[in-house]
Design a protein around this ligand. Structure first.
Ligand code: ZN
Length: 167
């Protein structure tokens, strides 16, 4: 299947740049179960037993999307909810769709010594969850900066994986 081969290639990008390794499941208790569900999503960090990662056939099969969801599974939050985000971005709550503000809640993240990174594959776009085509996130240093368009993991994304998993 083309989809399956694409997935494997996307997972292999982790082998090329990080120390995480994906193996076919044999009898492991905890494992990732990739399937084509509704939308692209993944749980944060390790869950018990078969952990679902949904990558819908039409819409999620892009290298950056697969990397993004796998990074959630490896324990990483979105970049714009980092503990230190207020020094780098403003969240424009007045432009966020009702019921979506939880997506912008700041988290007590362990940033592992890496800088805030607009090029992270975990960064939302400037207009994420906008109800009125106005930005929901602005870069403080440069409000005209566009971001959240990474096509692949940044060097900070890679550094974090290797730091978290100590390799
Ligand atoms: Zn996400």
């Amino acid at each position: 299947k083309t989809e399956r081969n694409f997935m494997i290639r996307a997972l292999l990008t982790f082998h090329a740049s990080t120390c995480s390794r994906f193996v076919w499941r044999r009898r492991q208790r905890n494992y990732l179960y990739f399937y084509s569900g509704s939308g692209c999503w993944s749980y944060l960090g390790r869950q018990s037993r078969g952990q679902l990662v949904s990558l819908q056939k039409n819409g999620c099969l892009y290298t950056d999307t697969v990397q993004h969801e796998v990074l959630h599974a490896l324990g990483f939050h979105h970049e714009q909810v980092r503990s230190d985000r207020d020094s780098y971005v403003s969240i424009l709550y007045q432009n966020i769709k009702p019921g979506q503000t939880h997506n912008f809640m700041k988290r007590k993240t362990n940033n592992l010594g890496t800088p805030y990174d607009f090029d992270s594959v975990m960064h939302y776009g400037k207009y994420a969850f906008s109800k009125n085509r106005e930005p929901t996130i602005l870069a403080k240093r440069n409000p005209s900066l566009n971001f959240g368009t990474a096509r692949t993991m940044s060097k900070n994304d890679i550094a974090r994986v290797n730091k978290l998993y100590q390799c």
